[in-house]
Design a binder for this molecule. Structure first.
Ligand SMILES: Cc1cc2nc3c(=O)[nH]c(=O)nc-3n(C[C@H](O)[C@H](O)[C@H](O)COP(=O)(O)O)c2cc1C
Length: 391
């Protein structure tokens, strides 16, 4: 190749190169540079909301919500488990659709609640107020307010008319639990959810971020912006490793509403719940954020439902993204399901309107799946409508 040929070859390379198009605006890639974030009405599934939320949030805020514990086996398994359950179609369903139910005295138009998740203020200025507004607007979907909320219970409750439950991470000082739970009940909490699964608060990716950003002061930074110190910063925290089942007996005197244990994944623990006066078993693995290599919640749901034997309602979360997922959990015996990340994607993308829309999409998908399987009310949903292929 002579000098002229090599210059020509270099020119051709540069003309097609993104390096040059950055320098020459007139030659920019049309699609790339006119990229846009889709509008609310263009989003058709919950997954669409995740990509928009990702685009609108700081990377760190997205990561905190997306990740699971350690190698994220359980996070993936939660989703995979839905692929092991098939729905048997039934071609004709007649009559009006009724998806309404009542769980622990809380009436709901759909068997759906918002799971407690921390720090909504980090992804939207109105935080939990907007989540509650959006959930209420979606046929009065009840919201379980996290112990690590960005706004206090009374403010969130005042923002919208829908029912609210309150979640507690047990505190060693009994009085601290009492003050918190009494205030929430006074402001209208209709049930108390005590989370027992995430006994440690450790996220590998958060730790990694922290190491990349030493400005944070050497402790795990929660979504609410707090820094909690840990006696062993490279492994599990020790802030929640102390409690025993008798904690439920101890708080019962000041819980006047139904009491729920969240994070149950074995029949043995479900039975212990009943022995300790718990009114409802909440099957959850914290959306894959507790013990990695723990089972998918859908896998263990049937044996827990059998162990509870109708003595208490069973509610369920971890991995639900679709109406068919909801239907499968109901068919395996859940009385209602809760959604963790899905409403966060709605909130992070379009605030209250996003929460409302994403919940309405799942509600519509549930109705569609019920129609396809010939079910017109929740009472008619049962295991006979499924083929389960759990390994
Ligand atoms: C970002 C994030 C924060 C969470 N914070 C809490 C919390 O404060 N209290 C709690 O009991 N569970 C918390 N969870 C667990 C959820 O309540 C729920 O169990 C889980 O998200 C369900 O899985 P899903 O996200 O796949 O629906 C959190 C989950 C996520 C993703």
């Amino acid at each position: 190749m002579n000098r002229r040929e090599s210059l020509r070859a270099l020119g051709a390379f540069l003309a097609g190169s993104p390096l040059l198009s950055d320098l020459l605006p007139g030659q920019q890639d049309v699609v790339r540079d006119h990229s846009r974030v889709p509008g609310l009405k263009e989003l058709l599934t919950a997954f669409d909301f995740e990509t928009v939320a990702y685009a609108k949030q700081p990377r760190e805020a997205y990561d905190y919500r997306a990740y699971g514990a350690e190698g994220e086996f359980t996070l993936r398994r939660n989703r995979e488990a839905f692929d092991w359950v098939e729905l048997i179609p039934k071609r004709v369903s007649s009559g009006a659709m009724d998806t309404s139910t009542e769980v622990l005295g809380t009436k709901m138009a759909f068997p759906l609640l918002v799971s407690p998740t921390a720090g909504h203020g980090e992804i939207h200025p109105e935080g939990e107020l907007a989540t509650h507004k959006g959930a209420s607007a979606a046929s009065g979907t009840p919201m379980i307010l996290s112990n690590n909320t960005s706004f206090p219970f009374d403010k969130v409750a005042a923002a919208a008319p829908g029912p609210m439950w309150v979640q507690l991470y047990p505190k060693q000082q009994l009085d601290a639990n009492r003050t918190y739970l009494e205030a929430a009940q006074m402001n209208g909490a209709r049930a108390v959810v005590v989370t027992v699964d995430q006994q440690v608060s450790y996220y590998e990716r958060a730790l990694h971020d922290r190491n990349l950003n030493p400005g944070r002061g050497g402790g795990f930074r929660s979504a609410a912006g707090r820094v909690s110190t840990n006696s062993n910063p490279y492994r599990v925290g020790d802030n929640r490793l102390w409690y025993e089942w008798k904690f439920f007996d101890e708080i019962r005197p000041f819980v006047k509403v139904p009491l729920i244990a969240k994070g149950i994944v074995t029949p043995e623990d479900a039975k212990l719940c009943l022995e300790h006066g718990v009114d409802c078993v909440y099957v959850s693995n914290h959306g894959g954020r507790s013990l990695d290599y723990g089972p998918a919640t859908l896998e263990v749901l049937p044996e827990i439902v059998d162990a509870v034997g109708g003595k208490a309602p069973v509610i369920f979360d971890s991995g639900i993204r679709r109406g068919t997922d909801i239907l499968k959990a109901l068919a395996l015996g859940a009385n209602a399901v809760c959604l963790g990340r899905v409403p966060l994607w709605g909130l992070g993308s379009f605030g209250a309107a996003g929460v409302q829309r994403v919940l309405e999409i799942l509600q519509a998908e549930l109705v569609q799946a019920m129609r396809y399987t010939g079910r017109t009310n929740l009472a008619s949903i049962d295991r006979r409508m499924l083929l389960t292929n759990f390994p």
